[in-house]
Design a binder for this molecule. Structure first.
Ligand SMILES: [Mg+2]
Length: 407
């Protein structure tokens, strides 16, 4: 039986909490395999985590779920940066933690500098930690070429260092050894992955995510300069570009199995209303408009769904083969399924008065994504991921593997 649908699974709060597997996950995944232990439905994992390589994430998932997962099934917040070829040749400052340089090189970047290296070259910049202040004052031995763009991969450690040095790079147009300049606005491009304000680990309450770091950066920049920090692109859920990429990978999986039926429906299973539900609903809106227009709308590799006020359009940069691949989606809809094992408690009402919700700052979405009540409403709410798989098989009237013998 060939499925006309595919799955997008979020990881944290759906399959695991921190390093601890959620019990329903293993059960759910046994249902997705055929008797040869291959997936009987296309499956991708879409996570906003980003501090490791695809292969490592795939290995972790294989271990947790007890099923073989390949790295082509894993989309992390930074994965769509592969499409931003325009930046791959630029001198880029990267912020985050983990094997950042390896991750960035895998994506195609090759002129990279880390915050740590910048701090070494310009030891006078990072003054917060008294222990790290330079003992001897000297002028930098290395003359750095202009930093042309900044990529925020994920939350760093020692935030004060990253905040200070990123502000320095922005306010000096990429020459952090220079004094601040009035003419540094609009600033050099900033691309950011993963806008999640918070995420769910083992603790009882949510933990700070990269979105919290970005919030700090945006506010410091605004306070110091009076101007808005602008993002060239916002990548990771709920940005459309991430869902285009997921749809593409699902289509490739179906093609590899020589399934002839087009994949029409995507089911996005997640625990975060502002990330998983908003993103799936936003992409669904795109698919609906796309099929209504009857034409292949140009994929805008930008933070689609953003208000656009502070996000720069990327249209000029999409001159690569991805454009046609991503624009020819076979999916016509993307349904959102909320599970109750993670960060969002569906029993907490989202305020219907949107202005009230914004002024009371309960809107946990990113600044450049407008609050829209229709986008935070899941199509289905279920207890856990196992219930989600059961529901979807039932909705699709799908028998996973007729040949499978029950033990
Ligand atoms: Mg999650």
């Amino acid at each position: 039986m060939q499925p006309p649908f595919g799955f997008l699974f979020d990881i944290d709060g759906v399959l695991v909490r921190g390093r601890t597997p959620i019990p329903a996950a293993r059960k759910a995944f046994q249902k997705l395999l055929n008797s040869q232990r291959q997936f009987s439905v296309p499956v991708v994992f879409v996570t906003n985590a980003g501090n490791c390589l695809h292969q490592k994430k795939a290995d972790q998932l294989s271990h947790v779920l007890g099923v073989p997962i390949s790295q082509d099934q894993v989309i992390m917040s930074h994965s769509p940066l592969q499409m931003f070829k325009h930046y791959h040749d630029k001198h880029v400052l990267v912020s985050g933690q983990g094997p950042l340089l390896d991750i960035a090189k895998h994506l195609g970047f090759h002129q990279l500098i880390t915050i740590d290296r910048l701090q070494e070259i310009y030891p006078l910049l990072d003054m917060i930690d008294h222990e790290r202040r330079p003992k001897v004052l000297h002028t930098p031995a290395v003359e750095l070429p202009k930093i042309e763009a900044i990529v925020l991969f994920g939350e760093p450690v020692r935030w004060e260092t990253n905040l200070q040095l990123i502000i320095d790079v922005l306010l000096t147009s990429g020459y952090p050894g220079n004094p601040y300049s009035q003419s540094a606005y609009p600033h050099i491009p900033v691309l950011a992955c993963n806008m999640d304000l918070m995420w769910m680990a083992e603790a009882q309450s949510p933990r700070f995510g990269h979105g919290t770091f970005m919030l700090c950066l945006e506010n410091i920049y605004k306070k110091i300069t009076g101007n808005e920090l602008r993002y060239e692109a916002l990548i990771g859920k709920p940005s459309e570009v991430t869902y285009h990429y997921a749809e593409y990978l699902i289509r490739m999986q179906a093609a590899a199995k020589q399934w002839k039926k087009p994949i029409r429906t995507l089911y996005a299973v997640g625990d975060n209303i502002m990330t998983d539900i908003y993103g799936a609903n936003l992409y669904n809106r795109y698919l609906e408009e796309n099929s209504r227009a009857g034409s292949k709308a140009c994929v805008q590799a930008k933070a689609a769904g953003g208000t656009g006020s502070s996000t720069v359009s990327q249209e000029d940069d999409i001159d690569n083969p991805w454009e046609s691949e991503l624009a020819s989606a076979s999916a016509t809809r993307c349904l959102s399924i909320l599970v109750c094992t993670g960060v969002s408690n569906p029993h907490t009402e989202v305020p219907s008065d949107t202005r009230k919700s914004i002024t009371e700052t309960v809107f946990h979405g990113h600044r450049d994504f407008r609050f829209d009540p229709a986008l935070v409403e899941p199509d289905h709410v279920v207890t856990d991921v196992d219930a989600a798989v059961d529901l979807i098989f039932q909705l699709e009237n799908f028998a996973p593997d007729e040949n499978r013998r029950t033990p």
